[in-house]
Design a protein around this ligand. Structure first.
Ligand SMILES: NC(=O)c1ccc[n+]([C@@H]2O[C@H](COP(=O)([O-])OP(=O)(O)OC[C@H]3O[C@@H](n4cnc5c(N)ncnc54)[C@H](OP(=O)(O)O)[C@@H]3O)[C@@H](O)[C@H]2O)c1
Length: 265
């Protein structure tokens, strides 16, 4: 069994790598920084017999995501679990070289591209979304928030709502895809923002292993197949706003995303 985990050089992805390795998975760890990935790989190898490899790709560049997908296809006929976990929150508005707002590219468009290129080889897709998705007001024709008021957390919420709607779109196409809120976890995520400092004050956050176990639950449990299209919280389907399961919105997002990344809809 093999699992590809993005954002595996730190935080939830690194902890999930160890969890899945203990469950018998071979791993491909993906991130930007080879040293951080190798350090996760060493920790996993010293605790398990897992066969671990690392692949670097910067999700702010579609060309790097396409190269990553090509290497994964060259090396693996089948991927049991694709864990789309890499994600970022930045308060200021940044635009990538590909011309998209940074968070929508890293958190949604690049995982959308990677997932689509690998889809015929993937058993399950598990995407790390967030409870912030519930406050999202995603507009497929304004993914980069050019026509709406800028606020980093609002845009982050839209990108995490896109994770949920991509999951709905994948399930519609027969893929065994789920997504989840990992919990409030003290990692490097949203580093420096006042909001993150407040919600991770002592006693308010959970251990990173808890988030990892939630990812591993969807990767390995029957729910991860039976309840395709579902947003989970604490290993149970969560109550979400209608927008997050709207099949028409999911299709509009799919079409806009395919166009943005240069795939045929
Ligand atoms: N922490 C929380 O409380 C919380 C709550 C809800 C949702 N989440 C979600 O959980 C996921 C994991 O976050 P975390 O808390 O574990 O934070 P983290 O430690 O900062 O991990 C984020 C990961 O994303 C990767 N990443 C960021 N920008 C990238 C880029 N341009 N290209 C490729 N990879 C990139 C990083 O890889 P490198 O290290 O290689 O740069 C890093 O390993 C994210 O999707 C986040 O939105 C977190």
């Amino acid at each position: 069994m093999i699992s590809v985990i993005t954002g595996a050089g730190s935080g939830i992805g690194a902890a999930a790598a160890l969890d899945l390795a203990r469950k018998g998975y071979q791993l491909v760890l993906v991130g930007r920084d080879r040293d951080r990935l190798e350090s996760t790989a060493s920790r996993v190898r010293s605790a398990t017999d897992s066969d671990v490899s690392v692949e670097t790709a910067d999700f702010t560049r579609f060309a790097e995501v396409r190269d990553l997908a090509a290497r994964l296809r060259d090396n693996h006929d089948h991927i049991d679990v694709l864990a789309n976990n890499a994600g970022v929150m930045v308060p200021d508005r940044r635009v990538t070289a590909d011309g998209h707002e940074l968070m929508i590219q890293v958190n949604h468009l690049s995982p959308f591209l990677l997932t689509n290129i690998l889809l015929d080889r993937v058993g399950r897709v598990v995407t790390t979304s967030s409870r912030a998705a519930k406050a999202g007001k995603l507009e497929p024709d304004d993914l980069s928030r050019e026509r709406r008021r800028w606020n980093g957390w609002l845009q982050y919420g839209d990108t995490k709502q896109a994770n949920a709607l991509m999951t709905v779109g994948l399930a519609t196409r027969g893929a065994k895809a789920t997504c989840f809120h990992p919990g409030v976890i003290k990692t490097t995520f949203a580093g420096g923002t006042v909001f993150m400092k407040l919600i991770t004050l002592p006693g308010l956050h959970e251990p990173v292993e808890k988030a990892a176990s939630r990812l591993a639950y969807l990767a390995t449990s029957e729910d991860g197949e039976r309840l395709a299209g579902t947003f989970f919280r604490d290993n149970r389907p969560d109550k979400v706003p209608a927008q997050m399961t709207d099949p028409d919105l999911a299709e509009r997002l799919w079409t806009a995303s395919a166009e943005a990344v240069g795939l045929d809809g």
